[in-house]
Each structure stands twice: as structure tokens, then as C-alpha cells.
Design a protein around this ligand. Structure first.
Ligand SMILES: [Mg+2]
Length: 174
């Protein structure tokens, strides 16, 4: 069986949702999604808000109960019949995320056992045929085929193959 490694944030878990929610809570203003296209969220906010928002992902609760990306559960369930599925999240960057990420996986992807969940640092350690991720930097040193999952921050990044949704992942791999 070929093996697919799948990132969490912005691939199966909607972390932008939490960022927008907390930003509105803290600054009483809704971020314009158009401003987030082609840049990181931290660069889409006024410069004097930057140091504050850069603490979000390091804060207790940021990764708790994130929305699930559309169609990801159904498509990954189908993929798991044909491929060996691993979840690979560079969660070591955010120590507060670990428990919430694991709880989130157990709640939303109960068909993926704990043995197939990898919380790591560099994804170059991941041994898989495919890596579905929203950051091109995670393909560096990865020996399989990187598949870029579209997220507002990466819309201008040149990469192929790129997928815009889990339906497109299904078309590509099923
Ligand atoms: Mg990600």
C-alpha cells in the first residue's frame, strides 16, 4: 500500500477560523479575508497588532474544537481503504496544541488510530509517498510527492500538484 501523510492546520482543521475569531474579540474588527490572500495572517494585520497575534498559536485553547475542513472526513475515510494514512503535524512548534490536537483527531477522525498520528518538528523525517500540506517549506527534504493544499496564504506559490479542496484530493488520488 502506498502511504499518504496529511497535515492538520489548514488542511483538515480550519485554524483560520480561530485566528479570525480571536482577532475580532481582541480588536473589535473582522479581518477582511481578501487582505489575507498571498500573505501570512500576521502580515495581513496592522503592524502594531502583529506581536499580539503571533502569540495566538502558542496560547491555550487556540487549537481546541477547530472546525473540520469540508469533505476531509469522507475523503480520508475513502483514501484509507486504498492507502495507509498518517496524520503529520509539526505540532512541536506549539506545545499548548498537543493535547487539543490529539483530542480533535480522536473526535473527528476516530478511524485513524493513534499509531498513525505523528506530531513532529521537521517533516523531512516523514517517510510517505505523498504529503498533503499547505506549506511548501514542509516539502523541503521530504522524499515523496508534495501536494499543496490551497490556503489563502499560498495562493501565489508556484507548486504542482495543487489541490483546492478535498474533492480535488479525491479526484487526484482515488
Ligand atoms: Mg498546515
Amino acid at each position: 500500500m502506498q502511504r499518504i501523510a496529511i497535515d492538520m492546520d489548514e488542511v483538515i482543521a480550519d485554524a483560520y477560523h480561530r485566528f479570525f475569531e480571536w482577532y475580532e474579540r481582541d480588536f473589535n474588527c473582522r479581518l477582511d479575508p481578501e487582505l489575507c490572500r498571498g500573505r501570512y495572517l500576521r502580515d495581513a494585520v496592522p503592524a502594531d497588532h502583529r506581536s499580539h497575534v503571533m502569540k495566538y498559536a502558542h496560547t491555550e485553547g487556540f487549537f481546541k474544537d477547530l472546525p473540520v475542513m469540508p469533505d476531509s472526513q469522507e475523503v480520508i475515510r475513502e483514501l484509507s481503504k486504498k492507502y495507509e494514512i498518517f496524520i503529520a503535524s509539526a505540532a512541536m512548534e506549539f506545545k499548548m496544541s498537543l493535547v487539543h490536537k490529539l483530542e480533535w483527531m480522536n473526535e473527528h477522525f476516530p478511524f485513524i488510530p493513534w499509531n498513525n498520528i505523528v506530531f513532529c518538528g521537521s517533516k523531512s523525517i516523514i517517510n510517505a509517498d505523498y504529503l498533503i500540506d499547505d506549506h511548501i517549506r514542509n516539502f523541503k527534504g521530504f522524499e515523496g510527492q508534495g501536494i499543496l493544499f490551497t490556503s489563502p496564504h499560498n495562493v501565489n506559490e508556484p507548486w504542482s500538484p495543487r489541490v483546492n479542496s478535498w474533492r480535488e484530493v479525491a479526484s487526484l488520488l482515488l
